[in-house]
Ligand binder design. Structure first.
Ligand code: DGT
Ligand code: CA
Ligand code: CA
Ligand code: ZN
Length: 575
């Protein structure tokens, strides 16, 4: 993923938001929004690209290409954006990020009530000043309070992929410093949590000064918070804190174990040490009575002397992993290399930004054994799908197959589960697909009973193979649907329907906590990227991280299976 592309995309998106805030050019706002998505999904670094190359990016026309050139020329902004920024206070721009508010109503609040920040909005709600305001109904106040809460919650934690990009950048740079023996990231990132508070980097070296100096000199550093011999902390331009700790190579294992956490897991390991008359700290495992060092060089040694096998970091949350380790029942966790393919991807036939040939080419380069293309079905009206378009895509897919002998191409679709649990297209047409994902894309506010029935009926449909992003949550932005998941797990297991673990870092849905529950029912899972660009395909790693946190083994995940076994599973009525 090219960082400059992401940065330009963020600015184009901000420009789109500002246009839609200021008024009636909704069409123009959508043009910039589309361009932002294309730029973010474009696989080459565009910082040195000329206007002609830029115009070759889908959805990028002459005027947007000019703005991108201007952006790289003028130190990270363009005049049209600055003009709009000047008109609208930063606090109002922040208000648009409240998940339940939106640009139009943010502007209403600013113009009618002179509310120009999230804090002022909170106060206005408490004072009852929103009552009677046009476009703000009775339920609005509660929704807004909830939205503000979500915004604050998301504010201090970052999605795992954004933190990972920074961490890998830091680790790569520090690994080349003279005297660096080892370097890796620890903390919540090594445990693959879905959101990250701060990044903890650990390095082993006899002396720390060269590493600390290199760290504070990295281009991504915006501010040095603390600079010491054992620990240095910086903040990036996006506000992410990164801590670097340097330890002697002899203490590597103990330090890595300590700084990986989680805290609750560490408390358990220290208790076990105490029971063995030992003392465990970030410096090593010591004999308590004499204070002599026993082991500290590797994590494996530390766990072994505690009478435990090495425990994979995603399990280290004190959720039963200590007990499982003691009784020799740790799960054999799924690994990224176990995945043979991806079963939920989009092309520019609907809302993806890459062509069918580009998506297929990218999957072939990743060495996949199979790939399913699953563009949106017609009931998601804005995607303008038709039978003809779908069948034409199938022809094109079959033709591409000849070019990629090692990659099996599956033609699928992402259906929309309607409020009654029905899906797009009659059974005859559905039978023509190799597989169908089915997702909820509308009527999110049904009652728990209705929503549960809706999912159960979708599972009972003989053509539905995978339920896409089953809770619908967007991390930090949208709550899960109100649905009785235990009933859905039971239905999925009974009907041979897989539940998706959507690997998009904004979703990670099902979550690790849900996976732990679902697997008790014998549910099968599919870890899918839901890629809307070739650059999204590698997001599967975050799905696998979440799967590991959910204790999943490879055989529970259908896209680790060889194609023959997968095809049998997809043929629901026969099995
Ligand atoms: P985060 O940053 O909120 O996403 O979560 P972590 O787990 O990365 O937490 P962080 O950065 O505060 O600390 C990194 C690790 O260091 C943590 O997972 C365990 C260890 N650690 C930090 N403070 C303590 C402590 O007071 N006691 C123990 N036992 N371990 C600690
Ligand atoms: Ca941390
Ligand atoms: Ca930390
Ligand atoms: Zn999708």
């Amino acid at each position: 993923m090219a960082r400059p592309n992401e940065e330009v995309a963020a600015h184009l998106q901000e420009y789109a938001d500002l246009i839609s805030i200021t008024g009636d050019e909704q069409f123009k706002a959508r043009v910039y929004e589309k361009a932002a998505r294309s730029v973010a999904g474009y696989p080459e670094d565009i910082s040195k690209a000329d206007v002609k190359t830029l115009r070759g990016i889908p959805n990028v026309g002459a005027s947007i290409a000019d703005k991108i050139v201007e952006y790289f020329h003028d130190g990270g902004t363009f005049a049209a954006l600055e003009e709009l920024r000047a008109k609208i206070p930063a606090g109002v721009r922040r208000m648009i990020e409240i998940p339940t508010l939106g640009p139009k109503r943010a502007m209403t609040l600013y113009e009618q009530l002179h509310v120009s920040s999230v804090e002022e909005l909170s106060a206005a709600i408490d004072e009852g000043r929103l009552q009677g305001l046009k476009g703000f109904g009775a339920r609005t106040e509660d929704n807004l309070r909830h939205g503000i809460e979500l915004l604050h919650h998301a504010g201090d934690r970052l999605l795992v992929n954004a933190a990972m990009e920074v961490a890998e950048n830091v680790v790569d740079a520090l690994s080349t410093v003279d005297g660096c023996v080892r370097c890796t990231y620890a903390g919540s990132l090594r445990r693959m949590r879905e959101t990250i508070g701060d990044v903890d980097v650990l390095a082993a070296a006899e002396r720390s000064d060269a590493l600390m100096a290199a760290f504070v000199g990295l281009p991504l550093v915006a501010e040095v918070i603390a600079h010491g011999a054992a620990k240095t902390s910086i903040r990036t331009a996006t506000g992410l804190q990164v801590d670097l700790r340097v330890v002697p190579p002899s203490a590597w294992g103990a330090a890595l174990q300590y700084f990986t956490g989680a805290k609750a897991h560490n408390i358990r390991t220290r208790e076990i040490a105490v029971r063995h008359k030992l003392k465990l700290s970030e410096y090593g495992l010591f004999d308590a009575p004499t204070n002599t060092l026993i082991v500290s060089e590797t994590e494996e040694e530390v766990y072994e002397r505690l009478g435990l096998p090495w425990i994979p970091p995603p399990l280290r949350e004190d959720r039963g992993e200590i007990e499982a380790a003691l009784s020799g029942e740790l799960p054999d966790l799924i690994q990224t290399k176990d995945l043979r393919g991806d079963l939920h991807t989009h092309t520019n036939l609907t809302d993806g930004v890459a062509s069918l040939a580009e998506m297929v080419g990218a999957a072939a380069r990743l060495g996949y054994a199979y790939l399913a293309i699953t563009d949106h079905a017609p009931n998601l009206f804005m995607q303008r799908m038709s039978d003809e378009k779908m069948l034409a895509q199938r022809e094109e897919l079959r033709a591409l197959a000849a070019e990629h002998p090692k990659l099996q191409l599956l033609h699928g679709t992402e259906l929309n589960i309607d409020p009654d649990g029905e899906v797009d297209w009659p059974a005859g047409f559905l039978a023509g697909f190799d597989l169908c994902v089915a997702s909820v894309h509308s009527h999110f506010n049904q009652s728990r009973k209705e929503m549960t029935r809706r999912f159960v009926r979708a599972c009972e449909n003989p053509h539905v193979n995978i339920i896409g992003h089953p809770t619908g949550r967007l991390i930090g932005r949208r709550q899960p649907y109100d649905v009785d998941l235990e009933v859905v797990y039971e239905a999925a297991a009974r009907t041979g329907t897989a539940l998706e673990l959507n690997a998009s870092p904004e979703r990670l849905d099902l979550s690790a906590e849900h996976l732990i529950q679902a697997r008790r029912h014998g549910v099968r899972f599919a870890i899918n990227s839901d890629a809307h660009a070739t650059t999204h395909l590698p997001n599967l790693r975050y799905g696998v991280g979440t799967a590991q946190r959910g204790w999943l083994t490879a055989d529970e995940v259908i896209n680790t299976w060889p194609l023959r076994k997968l095809r049998t599973f997809l043929n629901k009525s026969a099995s």
